[in-house]
Design a protein around this ligand. Structure first.
Ligand code: RAM
Length: 522
């Protein structure tokens, strides 16, 4: 996998939109969180990644413990945190005659405490792995780490003091940050405790990803991706209802289209708003989807009017990729995301995403009563017919994708969500999918979300619940405090990046069980 750089990317900055986004910058709420215990991370082949954290002592015992050269301990904050760490250190023994050299390793999962980061050889930058080397010249000292961390565990390694003194760590705390106001969530008490737990962990996941923008993951990539935003916004409407944050994110994307009007797959917001040079077919279309969902939730007509041209433009550009048969052209580069599934052909699921978002665009065009609606309707009809003519394999009773006529889960799921078939046919297709289990499966909670929603729209509620319990329930059984970016119950070490160390263990696109539970009354 390689991410391609777009040559000659020209960005047309819309200053009015950028300013509007700036005005919608959220307030950040702070909570001071103290560590709960000191743990030991032990090898255990029955546990995910082979490492488990075991209680050793309450964190309060730290104040009575002196640490010298090569001593170490691991703190457990009891739950996932996003924020800033402060540590008080005092010397014990002779006056400190040399600086203290301290190494900190900060992680969301026990494995990050156990496997040395030096061994990491994945294709994403190792700089995402959270660690610090600190030299303290004057003791006692209060150290406030400058970086924001996403973690539950912190490993302290005293690299050196001197033979004449040792150190005591006191008042370690995390100033946890989020723009989510947890008090805004209506609590639901579900009689099924597993569903209740999934709901709670989803909300925690969403809240920890809610910062200045809806981040995809507070550990990595710490930025605003359109595919993640769409799902976060849906979960947000059912829970935290910070609708202005969704609006801000829409304006951020609309603020930096390229010279053709295309919005990027993700943006950076510091040192200023910057469009990344990654463009994905499905993600650009999700601008339209996110605006649709935002409008349906808020009825904010002024925003719809202002952002409609950007939304419509994404459809126009997507239509330009159709061939003479009205089928989305395939290519071997990273042109559309859909999922991290190895070997997945993106053509048919992308065609389905186009149909899905065109339907939403038509709804918006009707609200606005703009002439584009007639053209959209006419094109939708042609594209839907094309999908059934060229992408449906009558013999196999599955949608196929690409030159090799690949049968994947993603193609069936997205075509169901696109509503290309009747409700009854959808139901049959989803049942066939779960029985025949084509080998090109699902790699992320992002795609699992779509599987569950496809089951729900096909009227297969029980099957949807069962899939959620296997998947997100599986993460809970494997120790999730917040839901993960990646999870394959059959291969728990899975990472599309070459190492599970770099995976994010609090990830936006995994926060949707709360949406599914609340929206569909599960
Ligand atoms: C990864 C991240 C992000 C996602 C992109 C496509 O880098 O997990 O959330 O949207 O992939």
């Amino acid at each position: 996998m390689s991410i391609q750089k777009v040559e000659n990317q020209v960005i047309i900055r819309n200053q009015a939109f950028i300013e509007k986004a700036e005005q919608l910058k959220p307030q950040l709420f702070e909570t001071v969180v103290k560590p709960v215990s000191i743990v030991e991370v032990k090898e255990d082949s029955n546990v995910i990644h082979g490492w488990k954290a075991e209680f050793m002592a309450p964190a309060s015992t730290l104040a009575d413990t002196e640490y010298g050269k090569k001593d170490s301990f691991i703190l457990d904050f009891g739950n996932h945190q996003v924020g800033y760490l402060t540590i008080n250190i005092r010397p014990s023994g002779s006056p400190p005659d040399a600086p203290l050299k301290l190494k900190l390793t900060i992680g969301e999962m026990p494995v990050e405490m156990a496997e040395p980061f030096e061994n990491y050889d994945g294709w994403l930058s190792s700089s995402w792995l959270q660690e610090e080397k600190i030299f303290v010249d004057v003791l006692p000292a209060t150290i406030t780490l400058p970086r924001r961390y996403s973690f539950r565990y912190v490993k302290f390694e005293v690299v050196d003091t001197s033979p004449k003194y040792r150190v005591v760590f006191e008042n370690i705390e995390c100033r946890a940050i989020t723009s989510a106001n947890i008090n805004d969530v209506d609590s639901v008490s579900h009689e099924d405790t597993e569903i209740q737990k999934m709901d709670e962990i989803s909300i925690k996941t969403l809240a920890d990803c809610m910062q200045d923008v809806f981040e995809d993951g507070p550990k990595r990539d710490r930025r605003l991706w359109l595919g993640d935003l769409r799902l976060q916004a849906l979960a947000n409407y059912e829970t935290l209802k910070n609708n202005d944050l969704v609006k801000r994110c829409l304006y951020l994307f609309a603020g930096v289209p390229d010279d053709k009007g295309k919005v990027p797959a993700n943006v950076f917001i510091a040192p200023k708003l910057i469009a990344d040079d990654t463009y994905l077919y499905d993600y650009s279309l999700f601008f339209t989807a996110t605006l649709h969902d935002y409008y349906m939730e808020t009825k904010d007509l002024a925003t719809l009017k202002e952002l409609w041209p950007t939304a419509y433009r994404q459809i126009e550009l997507a239509l330009e990729r159709l061939d003479e048969n009205n089928i989305v052209k395939d290519s071997s580069d990273w042109w559309s995301f859909i999922d991290w599934q190895e070997g997945l052909n993106k053509q048919t699921p992308s065609q389905a995403v186009l149909i899905y978002t065109m339907k939403q665009a038509i709804r918006l065009a009707k609200e606005l009563n703009v002439p584009e609606k007639d053209l959209l309707k006419a094109r939708l009809e042609e594209i839907t017919v094309a999908a059934k003519t060229y992408l449906w394999d009558e013999k196999q009773q599955f949608f196929i994708s690409g030159a090799d006529r690949q049968v994947s889960w993603a193609s069936q799921i997205w075509m169901v969500l696109a509503g290309v078939l009747t409700q009854d046919e959808n139901k049959q297709l989803m049942n066939r999918l779960l029985i025949e289990k084509p080998t090109i499966g699902i790699a992320t909670p992002y795609m699992y979300h779509h599987l569950v929603e496809a089951l729900l729209v096909s009227g297969e509620k029980e099957m949807a619940i069962s899939e959620m319990k296997t998947y997100w329930g599986g993460m809970i059984r494997d120790g999730a405090d917040t839901f993960w970016e990646l999870y394959d119950p059959k291969n728990k070490d899975f990472s599309p990046y070459g190492s599970h160390l770099i995976n994010s263990y609090c990830h936006a696109w995994s926060c949707t069980p709360t949406y599914l539970i609340r929206k569909y009354n599960l």
